[in-house]
Design a protein around this ligand. Structure first.
Ligand code: FES
Length: 104
């Protein structure tokens, strides 16, 4: 599936991501600035915060209660499409996904 990260400076990084990989793992592999993934995807750092762009937010779905609480700790402003990208897995139905990397 193809994923595009939109960066705060207006630039974009796009990549083909293998199914099953998390969006945090994919971002780290592509050196996407601002997505760190400090905890390795264990839902304990929130350094993988992104905002899912419309119209993808509904398809990706919202956070569960625990992730929701973690999102309240993020440094960057939380938006309606905010998710921890370690919790979003690449799948064919998300092909074309656009993720916005918030300003740190
Ligand atoms: S990588 Fe730590 S919460 Fe996602």
């Amino acid at each position: 599936m193809k994923v595009t990260w939109k960066l705060p400076d207006g630039s974009e990084i796009s990549a083909d991501v293998a199914e099953g990989l998390s969006m945090m793992e994919a971002a780290v592999a592509q050196n996407v600035p601002g997505v760190v993934g400090e905890c390795g995807g264990n839902l304990s750092c929130a350094t993988c915060h992104v905002q899912v762009a419309e119209p993808w937010a509904a398809r990706v779905g919202g956070p569960d209660d625990f992730e929701d609480a973690m999102l309240d700790t993020v440094e960057a402003a939380r938006g309606p499409g905010s998710r921890l990208s370690c919790q979003i897995r690449a799948s064919a139905d998300l092909d074309g996904l656009v993720l916005i990397v918030p300003e740190a």
